[in-house]
Structures are given as C-alpha cells and as structure tokens.
Design a protein around this ligand. Sequence first.
Ligand code: GLU
Length: 607
Amino acid sequence: MRAVSALAALSLTATLVGVSAPSEAAASARPRAAEPPKRATAYGSGGAVTSVDPYATQIGLRVLRAGGNATDAAVATAAALGVTEPFSAGIGGGGYFVHYSARTGKVQTIDGRETAPAAMPHDAFIDPTTGKPYNFSPELVTSGVSVGVPGTLATWQRALDRWGTRSLGASLRPAARLADRGFVVDQTFNSQVEQNKQRFTAFVPTKRLYWRGGHAPAVGSTFRNPDLAATYRLLARKGTKAFYRGAIAGEIVRAVRRPPKTADTTLPVPRGYLVRRDLKRYRALDRRPTRIGYRGLDVYGMAPSSSGGSTVGEALNILERSDLAGMPRAQALHRYLEASALAFADRGAYVGDPAQVDVPLRDLLSDRFAAERACLISPTATLAKPVAAGDITSYDGRCASSGAAGTTANDTENVETTNLTVADRWGNVVEYTLTIEQTGGSGIVVPGRGFLLNNELTDFTATYDPADPNRIEPLKRPRSSMAPTIVLRHGRPALAVGSPGGSTIITTVLQVLVNRLDLGMTLPEAIAAPRVTQRNTTTDQAEPAFEQRYGAALEALGHDVVPYQDIFTGTQEIGAATGIEFRGRRLVVAAEPTRRGGGAAAVVHPN
Ligand code: GLU
C-alpha cells in the first residue's frame, strides 16, 4: 500500500510553475565577467545541471549542449567550482562521485576521499609541547598535519575513464578560461574570505591571492586566479601524474611539511607528515554503492569511507515502518528526528574506513535491524539523547526493551563543501559531493598553484581510542558524511540529491527525501523547506522558520528544538542541496532558492 502511494506521488504530483534555464545567447551577450543568470529551478528535457554557482552550472550545460555526457559535464562543472567556490572545493580536496548508467542500469560510485599519510602517528593531533590535543580552531584546522592526500583530481580521471567521453584536458579547459577571465565576487565569496582573515593572512601565497591590497575581494569586483588557470592547463597537458608524481606533488609536500607562513602570523601551524610516496600511491577507489528499498523505490548512496549511505539508509529503513504520509505533520517530523538520532548512534559506533575497520554494513542496512531500532520510537514521547548504538551482533527484528543511554561524540565536521547534480540526454545521472572540509580548508594555498589544500584529516576523532572506528591510522580515510544519493524506480532514475553541510549533510538529504517521497512536496519545495537536524544530541537544531512552524508541536512530544548555528561561520542555514527529479523525459531541476545566496539550476531544453 505504502509502496503504491510513494510511486503515485513521484509520478503524479508537482505542479510545474517553471522558470527556464538561461539561453546561451542571453549569457554571451553580457560582458565577460558578468554573473550568468541564476535560477533555483528549471524544467525541461535533454539534460540538466544544478550547482550552487551560476558559472559552474553554465559550463556544465555547455558541455551537455556540445554533446558531452553527464560525467563529462560533472567534471567540467566541478573544475569550475574549484575556481568560483575555492573555499568549498577544488583539486586540493576530495569527494564522492555517484553515477547511474542508462546503458547498464547500474549505480556505481567512486570514493575520492583524502587519505592520511603513511607516517601519520596516532597522536598526530596532540600538541607535543602540552601533551594535550591542539585547539581545534584555529590551530588544528590551520595546519599541515590536517592535510590529507587530495583525491579530487584522481576522481575526475577515474570517472572520465569509466563513464566519460572527453579527456581530462577538455574537461579542465573551460574552468581554466574562467580562472583567467575572472568572475564577479558575490557576498558569499567576500564573507568567506573575511571570516578567514586570520588564517588566510597567515600564509604568503594565500595572503597574496585572497588578501591582496590588505582586504578581501570586494563584492562586485572581478576575481581572477591565473595561477590556478596555469595549473589546470598543466594538468590538461600532462595529466594526473603532474599532480601525484610530478612538480605539483613536490610542492604540495613542501607546503604541508613546511607551511609557507607569513612573518607576522601568530598561528602555530603544526607541520604535517606527507611525503611524495603518499601522493604517488593515492588511488580513487571504485566502490559498490549502498542500496536499500524504500516504499518500492531503490535508494543508492555512498558506502564507507562515507557514513552518508549507511546513515541515510538506516534512517529510511526505520522510517519505512511508519506511514509518514498518513500522520499529522508534527508526528511525521518526530519520527524523522528519532530515526535520525538512532542512525547517528550506529554511525558513531560502527562506521569508518572499510580498509581498516570491519564495518557491518549489511547489518546496519538490514530491515530486521531497522525493525528493532524502530521499536524504540514512541509516538508520544522522545527518546533520551544520546541514545546508545544498537547491537549488530544480536538482533532478530523484535522489540527489545527501551533504548539505553549512549554517548555523543564531539562533532567538529564543518559545514562547507559543495554538491552538484547532472543528467544527460541519454539518461545517465551523476550526483557528486566534493569538499576541502572547512571553509578555506587548511588555509594553505600551494605556492604558485592557486588552490587551497584540504584539512580533511580533522574528520578523524582527535584523540586515539582503539575501539573507535574513526580513530586516526596511517593510510586511512577519515569518515565522511557526504551523501550523494540516486533513487531508482523500477531501475530507472526517479530522483538524485545531495548537499554540503558536514554531518548535517545526512539529515539534509534525509529530510529532502522524506519531504519529497512522503510529505507530498515537489522537489523544489522539498529543498526550500525549512530544515532541522538531529544527530543524537539532546537538542534538535533548527532553522528559524522550522522552529517557528513546528517547534511548539515537537516540544509537546518532548523535543528540545533550538536554533541551529554553525560554530565557525555563524550561519543559521542547514545545507545547500541540489537535485533533479525524473518524470520520464521531463526533468525537474532544483537548487537552493535562498541558502548560500541561492543556487543555479539549468536545463538543456527548457519548457
Ligand atoms: N568533511 C565533511 C565530510 O566529509 C564535509 C565538510 C562539509 O560538508 O563542510 O563529511
């Protein structure tokens, strides 16, 4: 019954009040540096791109119009995001690429997560002068020791090898041109530099690029990055080996081991352990996706080293046992919050890099395990948080006693990152989330190369505990929350969605899916709707509009709904999603209408 209603919802709802994509002519009639038109929704056919940034979306759309496929366009879009969104993503970082092939009907993924150096000790995050962990911010986040081997360039090459039709060089050139010609600085870019003033002025090349003339690039000015343009052109000519073995590898190692500090910075900037061999041995890994059934649909996500697929999947398995569509809204949201807390408890206990940790993925995604977890949810009361992890060694799907108390790990994942969704005329789909971790990554621009290095290793638990699946180990990938997700209906794409936001990525993707699949919203509505995040903490953290609308009703059930605020940026926004819904050949393409200044959705043939 429930399966039928979800299928019907997907194929019948959505009133299409459309705004179309920018036309090429309209875009090229403008002066070079003018921002392309930006719309949060687009409707049409023939392929689509949606990202946080209009330049990147436009570049991806051009690739599609010129006959490129979804992978070609996704890589070109991501390369452009490395230019216009350099504080969220770029070749100094990593990410997860999820692909649906129309030819094979398969969803496959690439794990391009940053990796710890071979010499990384267990106490890498302990300050040798005090014997205590470094302060997280700004000391640890602004360091060589938090820089993992970047995986993004290897991901692009691997994706193009597996599914693309164009070379890496062809995919990088439009972004190189963009970096040369420049783009118009918007409020987000300007604020991100301002927020990072102390960190960005701590390094000679970063200060030179982003604090030129003693201030952040002004809103409305044109920002150029010729070093990055030259780096992209070098990589276009020489391929990934220039990065992982050649000149750039040596420069990355130097920047990590002897960060190019300015004379007047007071930041300590702990040095890292990276050597050339770490870069040489790096591989982007092919991974089987996670898969769960949800109300007759198949939901595919990113397997560990990300916790995205397992946590979203487990929460959906728990939620599938409730008729969310048929219950009052506050009750449905209560269940969403409780399911999220339970899934986060299990994430903390069991998920880490599968190369070094035995992750019980099958158990975490089993319906019987979910049944037992769902039993803990009361319709009239709220579980005491943090809840304990479930016992994956013994479960039988029957209700056990009430949930025991658990612990909440200190959550220091940041809220930046970026996400893009692409579909092509042949029906291939890409959902891709990429990051350099915190806004501005480590703060270290590789001298002369124009890109920032990540600080992804801060996603490891800072203090070493052999029982923690996310403990620091050499050559390990820190656990991620990135959750690029593709939903199939009878083997054909129904929905693709993803978001940035550190550990709120998981709740954002989950909430968008629930909004769309259960609560009767269109995809643009599901993305625009106010958000709340519950990550096994005593409070539910909400955007102001959510709190106003549902706070009282949820508090009557025992929730403590408080305003969300990111500790580093102060933002009250949760996530910045993009997504595409597939209605036969018709595409509903969505980005954020207002979060992060609004995103850019575009379609090849608007209607
Ligand atoms: N480092 C985070 C992760 O891998 C992403 C950071 C972010 O979204 O800002 O899950």
